[in-house]
Design a protein around this ligand. Structure first.
Ligand SMILES: [Zn+2]
Length: 417
């Protein structure tokens, strides 16, 4: 069987035929070259408007890289024709296996992009003897196609989050869809200002924004402002994960201050390494952490009291009725304000001033599940970690859409991956 037969079986084009396939040696490596020519009766199509147009001339043959087989690079060789188009002028024809000036065939680009979901970009480059730039352009193509073809209807609930993406580089704003059963990254933008989030709403459109029923965020002021303006119909929910994160931050500050004070007083700093005992839920502690925690509780330290306040607050999430949850919240805040523990008092003040948004959590129950944003966040951290070395926002943006966006792909006629 000839390679030509295989190519015709898996990668056939209506107006073009494969000619000879031959070996060649490139820098001591074997490669394959398959010539392509147009069918005798086929008229070239204009790459500007896609209409069949009369031929103008033929350019020098050029190569398009296809998926490698058995350790050999595979190229298509084809002499592009130029057409004389009444609308576009003298332009190069469009061919079904490639686009524009890209050296890789579209199929090869999709192939690389799919591997880039499983491996880091440099690993993909190594595995297929190709450059990081080629992998990047392939993923970029896949993401561009996916964003153009994705369906944004039926988005009821969104979560807005901010993350620090690289030390010294600043923040990203991320918008997720968090409907039951559909969780995906909808949008990513640089920075975390009002302007950033406004950009999202502009691209999302006023009709879709008006149809939003739930918006889940952190207590970050610029976001709160924008959401009040742009999604006024939606119930704005403060996310459980973020609130507990604020509380953990408070405890950490108390612990750090306490450890410093104890050390200054000549005590052994017991609180060092205690961080995880205080931040973990009791049921998640290991046995030795449990012993450590028991020892720690013997001291009536501020850190311990802060910890107990946090543990007590967990009860808040078990309420069903917003009214009763509100009463619980008020009692907790009063108690915390009397605690003389400044970082915790700060948390209490913050909760008090966002009371209504907090209670919306109970109004949204069953629609927005608690850990969604947290789960997506962990996945995001994995991507940014794997993408370590991305110097530009563009590369990171592409990587995030690619791994978290659940973007559609064209249906292939043959599965190459
Ligand atoms: Zn044209």
């Amino acid at each position: 069987m000839q390679l030509k037969t295989i190519l015709n079986r898996i990668h056939k084009h209506r107006s073009f035929v494969y000619e000879k396939v031959r070996f060649l040696e490139e820098g001591g490596e074997l490669a394959l070259e398959a010539e392509i020519r147009p069918r005798a009766n086929g008229r070239p199509k204009c790459s500007g408007c896609c209409a069949p147009r009369p031929g103008y001339d033929t350019l020098k043959p050029r190569r398009f890289e296809f998926i490698p087989i058995w350790g050999m690079a595979v190229y298509f060789v084809y002499a592009m024709r130029r057409v004389d188009c009444t609308d576009c002028g003298i332009v190069v024809e469009s061919v079904p296996w490639g686009s524009g000036k890209q050296q890789a065939t579209t199929t090869y680009a999709w192939f690389l992009a799919n591997w880039a979901k499983r491996l880091s970009w440099s690993e993909v480059g190594e595995a297929f003897h190709t450059s990081w730039g080629r992998v990047f352009r392939s993923v970029e193509m896949a993401v561009t196609w996916g964003l153009e073809h994705r369906d944004l209807e039926g988005v009821n609930a969104i979560g807005v989050d901010e993350v620090l993406w690289q030390r010294g580089y600043g923040f990203l704003t991320l918008v997720y869809q968090i409907d039951q059963g559909v969780r995906r990254l909808l949008w990513v933008g640089e920075d975390r200002t009002m302007k950033t989030l406004l950009q999202f709403f502009r691209s999302f459109g006023p009709e879709r924004s008006a149809r939003l029923r739930f918006v889940c965020t952190d207590m970050w002021k610029p976001y709160l402002n924008v959401i009040a303006r742009k999604a006024s119909e939606a119930i704005h929910v403060l996310d459980r994960f973020h609130i507990m994160a604020h509380m953990n931050k408070g405890i950490n500050q108390v612990r750090a201050q306490e450890a410093k004070r104890l050390k200054a007083d000549g005590y052994v700093p017991h609180l060092k390494g205690m961080r995880y005992c205080l931040l973990k839920r009791p049921e998640n502690l290991t046995e030795s952490q449990e012993i450590k925690l028991a020892q720690l509780l013997q001291y009536n330290l501020k850190a311990v009291r802060a910890y107990l306040l946090k543990e007590d607050f967990q009860g808040f999430w078990d309420y069903v009725s917003p009214t009763w949850a509100g009463k619980f919240l008020d009692r907790w805040c009063t108690r915390t304000m009397r605690s003389k523990i400044e970082p915790m008092k700060r948390v209490a003040r913050m909760l008090r001033s966002h009371r209504e948004l907090l209670l919306n959590w109970f109004r949204a129950r069953g629609t927005v599940s608690a850990g969604v944003v947290e789960g997506l966040n962990n996945k995001l951290k994995l991507t940014t970690k794997r993408a370590y070395g991305f110097q530009t926002f563009r590369a990171l943006e592409i990587a995030l859409y690619h791994t978290l966006g659940h973007l559609p792909e064209p249906a292939p006629t043959h599965r190459f991956w």
